[in-house]
Design a protein around this ligand. Sequence first.
Ligand code: DOR
Length: 437
Amino acid sequence: MFDLLIKGGTCVTPSGRVQQDVGVRDGTVVATGALDASQAKEIFDAKGLHVLPGVVDPQCHFREPGLTHKEDLGSGSASAALGGVTTFFEMPNTHPNTDSAEQLAWKVQRARETSVIDFAFFIGATNENADTLGSLETLEGCAGVKMFCGSSTGTLLVDKPENQRRVMKSGRRRIACHSEDEARLQARKGLFAGQGPTAHPEWRDEACAVLSTTSLLALARETRRRLHVLHVTTQGELPLLEANKELVTFEVCPQHLTLAAPECYERLGTLAQMNPPIRDARHQAALWDAIRSGLVDVLGSDHAPHTLEEKQKPWPASPSGMPGVQTLVPLMLNHVNEGRLTLERFVDLTSAGPARVFGMLRKGRLAPGYDADFTLVDLAAQRTITNDWSKSRCGWTPFDGMRVTGWPMATISRGRVVMRDGALVGPPMGRPVTFER
Ligand code: DOR
């Protein structure tokens, strides 16, 4: 007997694309193959659709507690589900910061009540909690430690190498880092006074990223700590990451693969402003080479909503960040359709990759014994991304008006349909992800 039978879809499995049904019981995949529909309580007709293992977005800012005029765990998770995402990891630069067991437990409880999909939270490293992170990183619902090495939105910052070393020595899990060199950021801040957002990637330049990543790799080697570099944007970091692959994994964001300077700043102004910045075509081409070659481990949206009013402040007072959790799947499927990556590589980057990098249990694969998390996509559907479709509380997307081919038609979380044909279904039932320790 199955609680749910997904019938007639093309499944992307570890063996490649297979035309097969998927049987789900108690939230788990229990059978694949040609399955008997009379054995099912509910049937999902997936004819014409590709059934992907659930897409994981390992970098979102959902702003709760404290900044819920931009987003909260309910609205952020809803936006994710509408975009075909089945699991999110959320970042600690809320207000207050998620830098203690109490703050982490608060988020986990709040997400249990309001999140429509599964979740985990990063704990933020600070100079104060540096020596206690080893016990914090293994708490329920924790995706690991996040260290801001360069300042961005909020107050989290560990910029001095001696404190970064303390952070790296405390704990064993892979540590996620925002890698920009704070000293260089501060030294150059004044150089671009009176200019607009086009100067953003000049201020936070390639050297900022390369200096920081070089120093983090040396610290990781010294302390034997596995490292994960978030949102890599520069050509210059790629050979360093390649040469240290036994230590380091890294993420690339869809917006860095899709938008390019200077055009994006001329068209979108401060809406295109984020950290690390959208850069020019040379960097974008290098990131695509790294996607193609297999060097990149995961995709993450860095969903970072700010209101339009906040974004209207003149640069550099305008906050950095843009929403993205809902557009990750459509944008990348459009890239699949345009031949920039295969559907299999997309699945590697959004399911198998996050499971491997972060040690997620029971997620990342469409196979018996795994959670029944699926992203069902129509590779041929043509749609236009609009502000109206975007359900982030901030109410806008930098991709408003973009026509794409390939669209998420349903999101299934542990055997429950949570989104179908653009509508959310059912109450919030998200649960914390479990991890290897
Ligand atoms: O652009 C960004 N916005 N980069 C970050 O690192 C943080 C994020 C935010 O929280 O707004």
